[in-house]
Design a protein around this ligand. Structure first.
Ligand SMILES: Nc1ncnc2c1ncn2[C@@H]1O[C@H](COP(=O)(O)OP(=O)(O)OP(=O)(O)O)[C@@H](O)[C@H]1O
Length: 295
């Protein structure tokens, strides 16, 4: 449904934030995972028509997003990474105002839209409160409510769960999953669990390039046999880092569990790890780093 073909973005200072990104994103929840600075926001902003890539094409169904951005905007819902100002007006008034801006002209239709969205995002009870006084989770749910005005077919959410407590995060992700049943939802995040819990398909973006793409379970399957674990005394960590490609470390009961990347059994008391999406992600980042050092 959404097709990116050889999308490259070079900022005026010469930073190449996207390097030949090609992706086909179907209906449903799609996870775009990457560390800070990977290029996720640049990609999200390009798809949301807020900036034009230096090269490449973006199509949504039969819409050429670069040639006809206004056609995409009619079908787009966008929750940016930083929503900016949180006004002192109530959630109800703000949604009503945003519905006017999105072209919902008739008052009865707007009332219906705003009330439905407030209920859907569980904000009905606080509809008369100022958004400025909302918690992080409530603000994010308001962000989704405004993104859903006008029944968008493409929804972009940029790092939506950063700073949310576990309960709010859960509630927010469940809301996204419900929405994602019928439309394209792109979830950009650096939190592996957000993608693991929700997205039938995903890509890892690092250093401006798509490093891996597919269904999480396939990517986990592919990484099998390459990640190994060992529990070590904490003071030996530096020594292990020198000898092995350590992709993650975790403290457990005063000891340190390390995961290392190795195409075969490194011996030395390591055990094969069944592997989860976190191992896939950290191995991918380690390989990206290795490739950039070699280049
Ligand atoms: N306006 C700009 N001018 C120059 N460089 C930029 C600009 N915006 C972003 N960059 C650079 O482009 C690269 C990608 O940035 P981008 O914000 O897209 O990454 P990100 O994956 O969204 O990271 P974060 O999660 O930190 O926002 C980074 O190296 C960043 O410093």
């Amino acid at each position: 449904m959404l097709k990116l073909d050889a999308v490259t973005h070079i900022y005026p200072n010469g930073t190449c934030a996207l390097d030949d990104v090609t992706l086909n994103i179907p209906k449903g929840m799609y996870g775009l995972l990457g560390p800070n600075g990977a290029g996720k926001s640049t990609l999200m902003r390009s798809v949301a028509t807020l900036q034009t890539p230096t090269f490449g094409s973006i199509c949504f169904g039969d819409i050429d997003v670069i040639a006809a951005p206004e056609r995409l905007r009619e079908r787009l819902g966008y929750l940016p990474q930083d929503f900016g100002v949180y006004p002192r007006v109530s959630a109800y008034e703000m949604l009503d105002y945003m519905a006017v801006l999105k072209g919902v002209a008739s008052a009865p239709e707007r009332k219906d839209t705003v009330e439905t969205l407030l209920n859907q995002t569980n904000l009905w009870a606080v509809r008369k409160k100022a958004i400025a006084g909302f918690s992080g989770g409530m603000r994010q749910r308001f962000g989704i409510a405004q993104a859903l005005i006008g029944n968008p077919e493409l929804i972009i959410v940029d790092e939506p769960t950063a700073g949310l407590d576990p309960e709010e995060r859960n509630r927010f992700l469940n809301l996204l999953a419900e929405i994602g049943e019928n439309v394209v939802v792109i979830l950009s995040t650096h939190i592996v669990d957000d993608v693991a819990d929700l997205c039938p398909r995903m890509a890892v973006l690092a250093a401006g390039k798509i490093q891996i793409e597919g269904a999480p379970h396939q990517l986990i399957e592919r990484s099998r046999g390459s990640v190994w674990a060992k529990t070590i005394p904490r003071e030996q960590l530096d020594e292990y880092r020198e000898r092995f490609e350590v992709i993650s470390t975790r403290l457990f009961a005063g000891r340190t569990i390390i995961h290392v990347l190795s195409p075969s059994d490194p011996d030395d008391g390591f055990k094969a790890v069944e592997g989860g999406l976190e191992d896939v992600y950290f191995s991918t980042l380690a390989q990206t780093r290795r490739a950039s050092v070699a280049a």
